[in-house]
Design a binder for this molecule. Structure first.
Ligand SMILES: [Zn+2]
Length: 110
């Protein structure tokens, strides 16, 4: 039962990685990517949180990690911008200001 759960989590995680590549690396529909990105990020971090709970680290560590993931999720969403011109994702490290120009075509980002 426990092992099945781990396999399910691993499959979801793999699916999310592939899905991310298909959704956010390809295509030029910046508006759709912009709408999907927060949902995707929240869902994938929820899966990650599931992993952490499954690993059953010491309780203070587990709570610390889960609490840390909340601002991390928000900052990941905020620091990623999608270019209207070429549809590429531009991402800044989560502790920095969001990028202002596209990393691919150098056009200014919204
Ligand atoms: Zn661009």
């Amino acid at each position: 039962m426990q092992q099945n759960l781990l396999i399910i989590l691993a499959v979801i995680w793999l699916g999310l990685s592939v899905g991310s590549m298909m959704l956010f690396q390809r295509g030029k529909d910046a508006e759709r990517k912009r709408q999907l990105w927060p949902k995707y990020t929240i869902f994938s971090n929820t899966v990650l949180a599931g992993f952490i709970v499954y690993m059953q680290p010491p309780l203070p560590l587990m709570i610390g990690l889960l609490v840390f993931m909340v601002p991390l999720t928000v900052l990941t969403i905020r620091s990623t911008k999608f270019c209207d011109s070429c549809g590429s994702a531009s991402r800044a490290p989560f502790f920095m200001k969001p990028p202002t120009t596209c990393g691919h075509c150098k056009k200014p980002l919204k």
